[in-house]
Design a protein around this ligand. Structure first.
Ligand SMILES: Nc1nc2c(c(=O)[nH]1)N[C@H]1C(S)=C(S)[C@@H](COP(=O)(O)OP(=O)(O)OC[C@H]3O[C@@H](n4cnc5c(N)ncnc54)[C@H](O)[C@@H]3O)O[C@H]1N2
Ligand code: MOO
Length: 390
């Protein structure tokens, strides 16, 4: 049996960021850049009007004669004298011979052009070449996590592919004869399957690719074969069948598949019988089947490995300081991950807590972390907590 911190450290030692891959923009949201990105063009690439209005040479007095038009997408030159103007629209190129744009609300139309009612300063409403970004400038650094704004920014620079750390491929297996599909009539002795739905949903918040997900019965051969197939992924998650019962076949099936145990059992509650191992570079987490144990182990350990693999974070328990609301006794001699509601750093323990119960998770947004040597927490005590987002 290892401690929570030993378990995290073993996972850390056994986890590396995955190799970089050139991917199209449509697939990189959430990924981490594996190299600096340089601007291939100036932004804007040409002088652009920031308003719908009229372009002219600054210094003109009196009425201006309208001699042409520049709309978005046009690239035309004009012979513009000091007493001429051009109709222009937002985003359109500002032709070379004009330097200022007056917005149309600040002019009055005349029979052949306009009269400026409010004279703008020279250069007003003209976006200059490279004003946002200069060509060859490093615009994003290696290690940046791509979000929607970055995807849009890259597209705006004309970049269609970027080198990113590839997403871990994940396989999921849930085990158990007693598991029945939601939406069917519950048979005596059965329970509805929840962990496959839950873990698939939780994976949607991580930057991963789920390549395989299945339910196997408590049977040696099926478990062995399912694990063999699942090992195509970078990381395998198995729920259930990892304890010491006569029908718990996961541990022996992992060993038979050549997965080497790195630790088994963590001195914690929930989630004591967590098993972690490796086959070459592939990682395997066998999560205890009790739903709250599975989800706790996923949130504390599996996400840590996933985020180191995809380059989005280092492995760290990220403990925050908060204040206890109410009293709690730790009678277990184990580290506890209690599901709590955190509001403004104040932590309220949900009353119904057990490995088998998900109800407490549905009302919580953080774990109160109770070290194994802390036996009692009183109202107002400073405590440690780990926020989570599901
Ligand atoms: N003699 C001992 N028995 C147990 C120990 C122990 O140390 N000695 N540890 C207990 C702890 S702690 C846990 S946690 C569980 C873990 O057991 P398994 O990982 O083998 O899980 P199962 O037996 O398959 O299932 C446990 C429980 O969870 C329900 N379950 C499982 N999978 C699902 C699912 N996909 N959806 C919904 N519910 C699921 C299952 O029906 C059981 O009720 O072992 C203790 N026993
Ligand atoms: O450790 Mo188990 O996950 O408490 O029931």
């Amino acid at each position: 049996m290892v401690s929570v911190f030993q378990a995290l450290s073993i996972i850390d030692q056994n986890t590396e960021a995955l190799s970089p891959m050139l991917l199209p923009l449509s697939e990189v949201n959430g990924c981490v850049l594996a190299e600096d990105v340089k601007a291939p063009i100036n932004l804007p690439p040409f002088r652009q009007s920031a308003m719908d209005g009229y372009a002219f040479q600054h210094g003109a007095k009196g009425n201006l004669k309208l001699i042409g038009e520049s709309k978005a997408g046009d690239f035309k030159e004009f012979e513009v004298s000091i007493s001429d103007c051009l109709r222009i629209f937002t985003g359109a190129r500002v032709p070379d011979q004009v330097d200022t744009v007056v917005m149309q609300e600040h002019v009055e139309k005349t029979s052949d052009g306009i009269r400026i009612l409010k004279m703008p300063e020279k250069g007003t409403n003209v976006r200059l070449i490279g004003e946002q970004i200069k060509k060859d400038e490093v615009v994003l650094e290696k290690g940046t996590q791509i979000n929607a704004a970055i995807v849009g920014f890259l597209a705006g620079l004309g970049i269609s592919k970027v080198l990113v750390i590839r997403k871990p491929k994940i396989s999921l297996i849930v085990t158990g004869n007693e598991l029945q599909e939601p939406g069917t009539l519950l048979e005596p002795g059965s329970v509805y399957e929840s962990n496959q739905y839950m873990l698939e949903a939780a994976l949607q918040s991580e930057n991963v690719e789920l390549i395989h997900s299945e339910h196997v019965l408590d049977d040696k051969e099926s478990t062995y074969q399912a694990i063999q197939k699942a090992l195509e992924a970078d990381l395998v998650m198995i729920s259930g069948g990892i304890s010491v019962g006569d029908y718990d076949f996961v541990k022996e099936s992992l060993e038979k598949n050549g997965v080497e145990e790195k630790f088994y059992k963590v001195n914690q509650k929930p989630g004591k019988p967590l098993w972690y191992g490796k086959k070459d570079e592939k990682q395997v987490f066998a999560l205890p089947g009790n739903p709250a144990s599975s989800l706790t182990c996923f949130l504390i350990y599996v996400t840590a490995a996933i985020r180191k693999m995809n380059g989005t974070a280092t492995i760290d328990i990220n403990l925050k300081k908060g204040r206890m609301k109410g009293n709690y006794k730790n009678v277990f001699n184990k580290a506890l991950f209690l599901q709590v509601k955190e509001r403004g750093g104040e932590l309220e323990v949900y009353p119904k807590q057990a490995s088998s119960m998900l109800v407490s998770f549905t009302q919580s947004n953080a774990f109160l972390f109770v070290p194994d040597d802390v036996k009692e927490i009183r109202d107002g005590d400073e405590v440690m907590y780990i926020p989570f987002k599901l």
